[in-house]
Ligand binder design. Structure first.
Ligand SMILES: *Cc1c(COP(=O)(O)O)cnc(C)c1O
Length: 358
């Protein structure tokens, strides 16, 4: 069996042990004579998976009973609209920070629903960064402040979250469960599953329950958080298979402990940034204090060398290193499941490439 080193930004690498468990359970799930994909979402097999996934998330993230943990369809992008539909009332303003491509998409959707104030704008800064607390220009009585915890494309990450009066809403699609956080700082956290949590197509939403009561009457049933809180994410057929894999991923994180996973993430990122900073050949694209532990982005002296780097790396089994088409350069996505030995191997390749081309 030849597994490559998969640096893809999302869908992204999953732990081999998760894949092997899913393989072993695929055809006959725990002796019930069918796969979990084929069994009723109201049956006892799936009900146990669904309940364990929620309880593992609660345990790993320290989520109190004041919050609901939801599994919703439509990925993170659907949440861009869902949030203002539910939380941004008539006559209110929502504050948004613009830190790059994903924040901009969230802002675009919110503007379709209501009034938006850009509390800080560093979306087109190069080197890229996220705003600091001091530069936030907040609205009095804002409905909420939306931030993008980690800009997956540019590789800039909030290291400490802002403290504000309004409920803090965070898109954590690309760094959820990569480090311990204090959920009580947030009104709402959401993340598409396909970076750190499992397969694509669903989103994890953690919402303070009182916020779900803001939804305007007349909002269609499926588009209200309140519906899904009330029905435990079972109002309609949930994305069962994605939640099943999510459950395996949460078990895998629990086995290691979130603190250990976090320490490994810090070490992996530090090794890559050290290779980038070890000379003038490579150039990191995020300001050092905002450098992401999940998506490491850098440039080479020319686009021709970048193309050559990606080509040679690919031939050696390092897949998915080409930067996002909108920004170019190189991007190594090293989520929780990306192995440390893959980072070490890439660092060796980088040094060799530098000595041959620098
Ligand atoms: C990938 C990503 C999204 C979009 O996720 P989808 O599930 O494809 O909608 C949103 N925000 C961030 C920060 C992302 O990395």
């Amino acid at each position: 069996m030849a597994r490559c080193y998969n640096f893809c930004a999302g869908p992204a690498t999953l732990s081999l042990s998760v894949l092997e468990t899913a393989r072993d359970e695929m055809v006959d799930y725990q002796g019930c004579g069918m796969s979990i994909m084929e069994s009723s979402h109201r049956g006892k097999q799936y009900a146990a998976v669904h309940a364990e996934a929620e309880s593992n998330i609660r345990e790993l993230m320290g989520v109190s009973d004041d919050y609901a943990v939801l599994f919703l369809q439509g990925g993170a992008s659907t949440q861009f609209a869902y949030i203002p539909i539910n939380l941004l009332g008539e006559g209110q303003t929502a504050d948004y920070t613009n830190s790059g491509a994903w924040a901009a998409k969230a802002i675009k959707e919110a503007k379709l629903i209501g009034d938006v104030n850009i509390a800080a704008d560093c979306g087109s800064d190069i080197p890229t960064r996220v705003p600091s607390q001091d530069e936030l220009q907040l609205t009095d009585g804002a409905a909420y402040l939306h931030i993008t915890s980690n800009e997956t494309i540019s590789g800039a990450q909030w290291k400490t979250y802002p403290t504000v009066d309004a409920p803090l809403v965070a898109d954590m699609s690309s760094d959820i469960l990569s480090r311990p956080i204090d959920v009580s700082q947030f009104g709402l956290i959401y993340a598409g599953l396909q970076k750190n949590l499992g397969p694509s197509g669903a989103a994890l939403v953690i919402i303070r329950k009182d916020l779900a009561e803001r939804v305007p009457s007349g909002t269609p049933t499926m588009f209200k958080y309140a519906t899904h809180i009330d029905k435990g994410s079972m109002f309609n057929t949930p994305p069962c298979f994605s939640i099943y894999i999510l459950n395996l991923v949460t078990r895998w994180i629990k086995e290691q402990g979130l603190e250990n996973v976090y320490q490994q993430n810090v070490d992996k990122a530090a090794a890559l940034y050290a290779a980038i900073d070890g000379g003038d050949f490579y150039r990191g694209t995020a300001v050092p204090e905002c450098r992401s532990d999940m998506n490491v982005t850098w440039r080479l002296p020319s686009e021709a060398l970048e193309a050559e780097f990606v080509k040679q790396a690919d031939a050696q089994g390092f897949k998915g290193l080409k930067g996002h088409r909108s920004v170019g350069g190189i991007r190594a996505s090293i989520y929780n499941a990306f192995p440390a030995e893959g980072v070490d191997a890439l660092v060796t390749f980088m040094k060799d490439f530098q000595s041959r081309n620098g």
